[in-house]
Design a protein around this ligand. Sequence first.
Ligand SMILES: [Zn+2]
Length: 269
Amino acid sequence: MYKFVEKNNIKILKFDILESFGITEHYYSLRNGGVSSPPFNSLNLGLHTTDKPENVIANRKLLEENFSIPVRDVIKLEHGDKILPIYDDKIPSEIPFADGIMTNVKNVPLSIFYADCTGIFILDPVKEVIALVHAGWRGTLKAIALKTVKAMNREYGTNPKDCVSAICPSIGPCCFEVTEDTADLFLNSFNSYYPQSFLKDLSLCISKNNKGYFVNLWNLNKIQLLCAGLKSDNIVSSNICTSCHNDLFFSYRKENRVTGRMGAVFMLI
Ligand SMILES: [Zn+2]
């Protein structure tokens, strides 16, 4: 379903379902093999962290040299549900705020940089459209994955049944404890965006045990993609927890908010 690829001590994760069509390049980066010092050790890609910018730029260059997709800031993430079409590879003087990006233009690299949140690749191989989604708990609450598929349909005529999607590693239901208030926000939101038939599955994504409330971002986002019209067989999730595997991934929560950022990078070729 997914594989790790390593070059010059830099490891990335790739999804078979995206590779199978041969019309895109993509990867999700891990944390090792870069030049940044602790707590950003070492392949930190986030220019919005307090790491030295020259180290972040050197890390991005390392990825570019080894895996041939340019790495650049396209949007500033804001944990919202804004989705932007991207028309070219020019870097705008003012980088816009958004959490979803999509394009049908070849050789225009899309990237997002984050830790613990969920990154989602969506490919429409028929209309040749790609999208990248940043879904932390706030974006997931606002159903950004579902809204991105709708935006692809509006903008490019995408039929959701044609789409395939891959859900990147993120903090898992094993570690993503939330307050009762946050759990309630999710439970109260389900009537807003989803058909009745999905409500039971959605409620199972919010669990309570003797430690507290836990949220399953992987399943919530998978359900959103199903609600948007994707086929179940066309959605894969790595189900790797970034907090449990902090040796391989940056984890915002495990490292008390001061850490590096992984990148999800996607490009039509
Ligand atoms: Zn975990």
